[in-house]
Ligand binder design. Structure first.
Ligand SMILES: O=P(O)(O)OP(=O)(O)OP(=O)(O)OC[C@H]1O[C@@H](n2cnc3c(O)ncnc32)[C@H](O)[C@@H]1O
Ligand SMILES: [Mg+2]
Length: 199
């Protein structure tokens, strides 16, 4: 049997990489990684994810995956969404809570858009994973991004930061999107290989 196609996960975020490695452990995919902070377009999440992946394929000159993570407050009609990185950096965990002070609705969802591309100029495919929950005052040891302030509905009252890594990965936005990507690749390996080899 041929070796699995070699794909590079392009990200500037070491914690994302750790989770991706853990989620894919035991799967037949061969993922390398490249640390690169790519420019991100503004606009709709799907357009941001597609454009970032297009740039990643050019930078790596080969098959790539990359991902965009959003944290969407329902009371704010999905904002901060793809801009959560900058809201978190400027406002911190308390500031994210204060943004919802004027609203009864504290619900939110975490969304992960994985993008897969066989090489420069090749089509970009998206895989969308979501986890619903609420924004709460910070709790928990894991200091990955906004994990301390996001309490998934299905966690039994724990924030992401209070959950064991494997429990988070089992229900997380990232776990769900990556499972779809893996299943697509395993079912469509020949199509993807053909795209990789076509100039
Ligand atoms: O290079 P890339 O892959 O873009 O990495 P990034 O850190 O810039 O990531 P994003 O652009 O997707 O911005 C998402 C923000 O949300 C944070 N984040 C991503 N996944 C998370 C998770 O599972 N739990 C908590 N915070 C997360 C991340 O640290 C960023 O601040
Ligand atoms: Mg980024």
């Amino acid at each position: 049997m041929a070796a699995p196609p070699r794909i590079t996960f392009v990200t500037g975020n070491a914690k994302k990489l750790e989770e991706v490695v853990a989620i894919l452990r035991g799967s037949p995919l061969s993922i390398a990684s490249r640390k690169l902070d790519l420019p991100e377009l503004q606009g709709e999440p799907e357009d941001i994810a597609r454009e970032k992946c297009r740039l990643a394929a050019q930078a790596a000159n080969g098959a790539v995956i990359c991902e965009d993570t959003l944290l969407c407050f329902n009371a704010l009609r999905g904002l901060p969404g793809p801009y959560i990185k900058w809201f978190l950096a400027k406002l911190g965990h308390d500031g994210l809570n204060k943004m919802l002070a004027a609203y009864d609705d504290k619900t939110a969802y975490a969304q992960c858009l994985f993008a897969l591309c066989a090489g420069p100029g090749k089509p970009v495919r998206l895989f969308d994973g979501r986890t619903h929950g609420s924004i709460v005052p910070p709790r928990g040891d894991n200091q990955f991004g906004w994990d301390p302030v996001f309490e998934p509905t299905e966690s039994g009252g724990l924030t992401y930061a209070e959950m064991a890594v494997c429990d988070k990965n089992a229900i997380s936005h990232r776990g769900r999107a990556l499972t779809q990507l893996r299943d697509w690749l395993l079912a469509n390996e020949d199509t993807f290989r053909a795209e990789m080899s076509r100039q």
